[in-house]
Design a protein around this ligand. Structure first.
Ligand SMILES: NC(=[NH2+])NCCC[C@H](N)C(=O)O
Length: 224
C-alpha cells in the first residue's frame, strides 16, 4: 500500500494530543486515518514542533501535516493546502477575575505557540500587548496558572477544552475571526509540488463528508 507520512504537533487537544498510552490521538488523527482508509494508504504520524511542520514538508521529511493549521498567504508561498475541513476562530483566556476585557491586557503578557497565526496576529494587531512564544500550549497554560503571563491566545475549540478542564480559567473578549490572519478554516498541508497527494486527499475528504464518516468523527470530538 501507499505510505503517507503525516506530521503534527500533538499538544493541541481535541485536534491532536498524546494520550496516557503515549499514542497520538484526536480529531485530526481520526480524520487523517479515515482519509487514508479511503485511499487504501498506510498512514504514520510523527510529533514535531509546530514551527518545523512547514520546513519539514519543504524538505520532504514527511508527506503531509495535519495540525489544526490555518491556511494563510505566507504558508501558501511555501506549501500547498487541501480544502478546509474545520471552521475556526480564536480566543483569549485568563484566570477568572483577573482580566476584565481586552483593554486590560495593555502592557501585559500573552502566551501563544511559536509559529502560529496567533503569534502573528498579536505581533501585528496588538502592539500594546507583550507576546510570549511557547513551544507548546501546555507550557503556556502552566505559566498562566503560575502567574508568569496574564493570558493565552489560541483556537476557540482548543481553548474551550482548557476552560472545561480548568474551573479557574475564563474567556476574555470576543472571538476573533480575522480572515487575513486565520484564513477560512483548517486544512492539511503538503509539499507544494505534491499536487497529486493534495488532489487525492481532497477527493477522499469529499467522499467522507458525503458518506457521513466526517460527521461521525466530528460528533465524537465536538458534540458533548
Ligand atoms: N497542533 C497545533 N499545535 N496547532 C496549532 C495551530 C494554531 C493555528 N491554528 C495556526 O494554524 O497557526
Amino acid at each position: 500500500a501507499e505510505k503517507i507520512r503525516f506530521a503534527t504537533e500533538a499538544s493541541y487537544p481535541p485536534f491532536e494530543f498524546v494520550d496516557a498510552k503515549n499514542q497520538i490521538q484526536g480529531f485530526d488523527i481520526d480524520l487523517a486515518n479515515a482519509l487514508c482508509k479511503e485511499l487504501q494508504a498506510e498512514c504514520t504520524f510523527a510529533n514535531q514542533g509546530f514551527d518545523s511542520l512547514v520546513p519539514g514538508l519543504k524538505f520532504r521529511r514527511f508527506d503531509a501535516a495535519i495540525a489544526a493549521m490555518d491556511v494563510t498567504p505566507e504558508r501558501l508561498e511555501q506549501v500547498a493546502f487541501t480544502n478546509t475541513y474545520y471552521d475556526n476562530s480564536a480566543q483569549f483566556i485568563a484566570i477568572k477575575g483577573k482580566v476584565a476585557d481586552l483593554t486590560a491586557l495593555k502592557g501585559q503578557k500573552v502566551g501563544m505557540q511559536n509559529g502560529t497565526t496567533h503569534q502573528k496576529y498579536l505581533l501585528e494587531k496588538h502592539t500594546e500587548i507583550t507576546p510570549v512564544a511557547y513551544d507548546s500550549y501546555q507550557n503556556a497554560i502552566l505559566d498562566l496558572k503560575s502567574g508568569r503571563i496574564n493570558a493565552v491566545f489560541g483556537d476557540t475549540a482548543v481553548v474551550a477544552e482548557w476552560l472545561k478542564k480548568n474551573d479557574d480559567l475564563t474567556s476574555v473578549g470576543d472571538r476573533v475571526t480575522d480572515n487575513a490572519y486565520f484564513g477560512t478554516g483548517f486544512a492539511i498541508a503538503v509539499n507544494q509540488k505534491n499536487t497529486d497527494l493534495r488532489d487525492k486527499l481532497n477527493a477522499a475528504l469529499d467522499k467522507i463528508k458525503k458518506d457521513g464518516t466526517y460527521q461521525t468523527i466530528y460528533n465524537k470530538w465536538f458534540q458533548k
